[in-house]
Structures are given as C-alpha cells and as structure tokens.
Design a protein around this ligand. Sequence first.
Ligand code: AMP
Length: 290
Amino acid sequence: MMVAELKQQVLMQKASSTRTMKRISNSFHGTSVGFVPTMGYLHEGHMSLVKQSLSTCDHTVVSIFVNPIQFGANEDLDVYPHDLEGDIEKLESAGVDVLFQPHRETIYPKGFKTYVQVDEITDQLCGTSRPGLFKGVATVVLKLFNIVRPQHVFFGEKDWQQLAVIETMVRDLNLDISVHRVPLVREPDGLAMSSRNLNLSAEDRQKALSLSRSLEDAKEKIRQGTTAASQLKQSMKDRITAESGMQIDYISICDPISLQEIEEVKGRTLIALAVKIGSSRLIDNCIVKD
Ligand code: AMP
C-alpha cells in the first residue's frame, strides 16, 4: 500500500485548546510540519494550499478560526459562512493530520493586550478601507505560528496583500518559517473562489463576474500596448459599474512587492481590486508579467 493511502486511513486529530495543539506539535518534533490557516467554509482554493502542504511536509495542520479582531464594526463577522462538518470531511479525505479549531477565548483570553503591526504595505489597498484588518491578521497568524510551530506555511495569492504582510512579518521578526505562495484558484467561469461567494444572490453572483473580466480586459489592453494606469483603471471601472449596484472600494495598479501605485505599466505589475456587491465585499487580482 502507498504511504499516501496509509496516511488517509489515519484519523485526523482535532485540537481546540492551545495545550492539545502544542502537545501534538511536540509529538511532530524532528519532522517537517506544514500549516494552512483558514477561516473555514473550505473550497478548492483552500484545498490547493492543503494539497501543497501535504506534498511538501511530513505533517499538515489546518486551522479554522474566524478571527474577530480583523473584522470592523460593520463588517460580516456574524454572517461569515461556516460548515464545520463539510470542512472536516474535506480535510479528512485529503489526508490532513490535524485540525486546530480554537475557541475565541482561547486565542483572545480576557486581558489580551498584544498586537502585531506591519507598517507601510498595510496602508494601501484593503488597509485603506479596512483599517484594523492587517493588525488583526498579523496578530492572529503570529499566535497560530507560535502554537502550531510549523516550518512551512501556505498562503493564497488571492489575498495578495495579506501574503505580503505575512512575508514581511516573518522576515522582520526572524521567524524560521518558509512562506509558500499558492496561485489563486477560480471557478470555471472566472470568479475567484471565496467563502464569501456563498452570501451572493444568484443575480449578484452573475454581476461578480465583471471583476475577473475587468482584470482580463486590462491584461488584454496592456498586451495591445496601453501603459497608462489611469486609462486602464477607468476602463475597469466602466466595465464593473456597467452592472447596477456595484460599489468599487479600490482599483489599484501597483508594484507587486511594495504595493505602491504606479502610473505606467512597465515591468511586473499587480492589478488588484475590491468591490462591494450587495452586502458582500469581494477582492480579486492578477499579475501582469514583463
Ligand atoms: P480564508 O479562509 O479566506 O481566510 O483563506 C485562507 C487561505 O486560503 C488564505 O491564505 C487565502 O489566501 C487562501 N485562499 C482563499 N481563497 C483562495 C483562492 N480562491 N485561491 C487560492 N487561495 C485562496
């Protein structure tokens, strides 16, 4: 029997307390541990991170934790989708070793006072409209790293800015962790996979296709010679707002590392956007190569 087959027959361990998770981490001493932090309601995008961890590391830990401190007052914390049973089934059949699913009080006990702030790259894109987002993300991710103690962590390029924040934190705080970037996974019609897509009505789901299509249009225009960021942004905006009820949060054409806006597309460039459709805020991005 293949090692992978044998592995799938071993029951996934579950931990909800820090103590249990640390005990399991200790038992993995001397092996390579891969970690995939998520907020649950798992889809193929999440599972591509999981698969990469499974093929890279001896053990894979996945966390499900909807982190309250990264949500603003009027955001969708209370309606964030969840399906724990479905998630467990997916993780178990993939061969994941451990699910860490801590309670809120476990991560933020009474009297919690310490936060991680990554400067500058958090000032653009999503950081502008969601001011506490990356402080919340960096704080919870560092806490999860300290509890799980992985050597490898896997994050999706769907959340490009988040990846930049994690990479910066890992570098600046001298963490002995390799951050693996995993490409964005889309639905067959181009919509970027997201747990939040669940909250879209059928009509809004259709309108949401204008996000990925506007990115494709911009890429095509660049291929045909357009370089002015303002012109590209305007045509993306026109494409998206051709649908009713679309509220553009930002369209950014920027350097993929510093996330600073650029005026002319010359080398490798990130095009990123966030749009509110009904009560859902969706993000998407693409890279334009040299
Ligand atoms: P979330 O549960 O939305 O916090 O996402 C957990 C991880 O999955 C993050 O590293 C995300 O970037 C990644 N992820 C979410 N959606 C996708 C997707 N469509 N493609 C690739 N990675 C994704």
